[in-house]
Write a protein that binds this ligand. Structure first.
Ligand SMILES: [Zn+2]
Length: 254
């Protein structure tokens, strides 16, 4: 409907981005802002507040990014040799490490890191890693086109999941309950395992499961007094419980 489009075009932006570091091209900024509107529309379903503000610091050169991170004391905390970007939740700042090399890839990294900002906003407490990284992977794999925004999983990712099933490597219960340490260990030791599986899980949740169910799950995750495991929370909201959740996911990706 054209009318809606006009309204959106003039509506105030719900999220304000403070740009810092190396300048982005005007066209890139437009793409980022369109992606932010898209993410805001999505995250609003789960109780996103008003007046959101996030900082986006972009470095074309990795060495300059490293120097900047060093002054913040970040390099010591996480191994950064393979990262393309990171999100600092305390400062509400997304930092992009190497935009100069591949601008298109750089934009995807921006979508990924800014999604961490929104996920933190809606979950308040520490969200489960598969949800946190899965949502970011989801938006990283979105492309802003002339007509709209489209998401896809790469054929590498789809093949990787099929291989995991073939090798009997998938235990969804352990995976959704995994803490950060276990999640990152899986990622390091087992070729992209954690991010690919998290991406597939979130894609399933976003594209195949009703918003109502996803909303109910996020509602349970927001309740930090409820100490039950994530798999138990999924069992509570998913019709048929966790076993059906596992089966439905497997049907789609095996
Ligand atoms: Zn991430």
């Amino acid at each position: 409907m054209a009318f809606v489009g006009i309204l959106n075009a003039f509506a105030d932006r719900r999220v304000h981005i403070d740009y810092a570091g190396d300048p982005l091209k005007e066209k890139e900024r437009v793409q980022i802002e369109r992606m932010m509107d898209y993410q805001v529309d999505f995250y609003t379903l789960f109780g996103l507040g008003d007046s959101l503000r996030v900082k986006l610091t972009v470095f074309n050169e990795r060495s300059e990014a490293m120097f900047y991170l060093d002054t913040m004391g970040v390099t010591k905390i996480i191994p950064l040799n393979t990262a393309n970007g990171l999100y600092n939740s305390g400062k509400k700042e997304a930092i992009i490490l190497e935009m100069g090399k591949d601008r298109k890839k750089g934009l995807s990294v921006i979508y990924h890191e800014l999604s961490h900002f929104f996920t933190r906003e809606i979950t308040c407490v520490n969200p489960p890693m598969w949800l946190m990284e899965g949502l970011s992977e989801y938006f990283e794999h979105c492309e802003v086109g002339k007509k709209g925004i489209s998401h896809s999983m790469t054929s590498y990712e789809k093949g990787r999941i099929r291989t995991m099933y073939m090798l009997g490597e998938i235990n969804l219960r352990t995976f959704v309950d995994a803490d950060r340490t276990l999640f990152m260990k899986k990622q390091r030791n087992d070729e992209q395992y954690a991010y690919v599986l998290a991406h597939a899980l979130v894609t399933f949740m976003v594209e195949n499961v009703s918003r109502q169910i996803l909303g109910n799950l996020i509602g349970l995750l927001q309740d930090n007094k409820d100490k039950s495991k994530v798999s138990e929370k999924i069992a509570r909201v998913y019709p048929g419980g966790f076993e059906t959740f596992e089966k439905d996911f497997e049907k789609l990706y095996r």
